[in-house]
Design a protein around this ligand. Structure first.
Ligand SMILES: C[S@@+](CC[C@H](N)C(=O)[O-])C[C@H]1O[C@@H](n2cnc3c(N)ncnc32)[C@H](O)[C@@H]1O
Length: 356
């Protein structure tokens, strides 16, 4: 019998490594269309087919899953084991699929399966292109993981632009605001102080969860609705919102005109939009470092205006703002305030648009 095995050494005690791996695995499998319910008696399902069930669960030490490897031969069962063992001050985590060779049969075919389905994805995941994409998604484009959850719950360095957008929007209790790409809901939390109603949308399931939890009272009171979805296909009827905002999202959009058209569609007549730009001057700075920077699109003022006009907005302008005073108010450390100074260019760009 041959086992398939992958392992990693982590500078974490076994209990912490176990918790981190189980959480990340469940989230990553969900993104791949596989549902993993961890815990004693847990299950793994691919669509309607139950692929596995948890038969051993020892937090900090490991788990075992009885694996039914094909829906067309449900009686054939193999075993997966995730094992944590102390190693060099940290721990070694090993995932083994025992008896998997029987599913493939011929050893040359097994070598082909292992090279193609395990080794090639591992090597490709470590390539600059794939690693840069993973890093960009993880940190900003579709944030996930504990570090991103903490960052977007309290995005200190985004608070200055939130304040600038709120100053432009001048929200009242009568407003119904949409925040596109709402992250952990920090902008929504600030906006809700006006007494307005609001909705947030993000394509990261983890960000949606953080935004809901962070604004739990407003959600319970029916003042806030946070949805998982794509900015290019907003799940809201025409003419729903009196205003919309988008911050830290524009540069990631493959089709910004389509997203702005969607925003225009869901605004009422006279509805206003304020969006933070994606300033070319930021390329390669701490605000847009590599490998994120080369995966962003940047727009100067004319290009920004053109995007909004192509999306059908009639009244469009770009303003530039010095964010230093907002940064000071928000509690950004004194040493970092110069990052928010207008400089020669005239400050951060904001796209202001109004639906006719
Ligand atoms: C850099 S974060 C900014 C989050 C928040 N607006 C802020 O300023 O703190 C970008 C956010 O936009 C979301 N996002 C990016 N592209 C999106 C899309 N096409 N549809 C929905 N959300 C998107 C990401 O998941 C992420 O939460």
């Amino acid at each position: 019998m041959a086992d398939v095995r992958a392992s990693i050494d982590l500078a974490l005690p076994p209990a912490a490594a176990f918790d981190a791996l189980v959480e990340e695995l469940a989230n990553a499998l969900t993104r791949l269309g596989i549902r993993f319910e961890p815990g004693p008696g847990g299950r793994v399902a691919e669509g309607a087919f139950e692929v596995g069930k948890v038969v051993a669960w020892e937090p900090g030490r490991g788990l075992a899953i009885e694996w039914r490897h094909a829906s067309w031969s449900p009686g054939v069962v193999t075993e997966m084991h995730l094992t944590l063992e102390p190693s060099g001050g940290g721990s070694r985590a090993t995932l083994e699929h025992r008896g998997w060779d029987a599913a493939v049969g011929d050893p040359v075919e097994l070598a082909g399966w292992f090279a193609g389905q395990v080794l090639a994805p591992l090597i490709s995941a470590s390539s600059p292109g794939a690693f840069g994409d993973w890093f960009t998604d993880r940190r900003a484009r579709r944030p996930s993981g504990p570090a991103a959850r903490a960052t977007y719950l309290h995005p200190l360095y985004h608070l200055p632009n939130f304040r600038a957008i709120l100053a432009e929007l001048a929200l009242t209790r009568d407003d119904y605001l949409l925040d596109v790409g709402c992250g952990g809901g920090a902008f929504l939390a600030a906006a809700l102080h006006s007494g307005c109603r609001a909705a947030g949308l993000d394509h990261s399931a983890e960000m949606v969860r953080v935004a809901r939890e962070a604004n739990h009272d407003a959600v319970s009171a029916g003042r806030l609705d946070v949805r998982e979805g794509d900015a290019a296909a907003l799940p809201f009827p025409d003419a729903t919102f009196t205003c919309a905002a988008m911050t830290g999202v524009l540069g990631f959009l493959a089709d910004p005109v389509r997203v702005l058209s969607e925003i225009r569609r869901v605004l009422v007549g006279g509805g206003r939009f304020v969006g933070l730009g994606a300033d070319p001057e930021l390329k390669g700075t701490p605000a847009a470092p590599e490998p994120i920077s080369s995966r962003l699109r940047f727009y100067d003022s004319e290009q920004l205006e053109a995007l909004a006009r192509r999306a059908g907005f009639g009244e469009v302008r770009v303003v530039r703002r010095d964010l230093q005073a907002f940064a000071r108010e928000a509690g950004v450390p004194e040493a970092h305030l110069p990052l928010f100074a207008a400089g020669e260019g005239g400050g951060a760009r904001f796209l202001l648009a109004r639906k006719a």
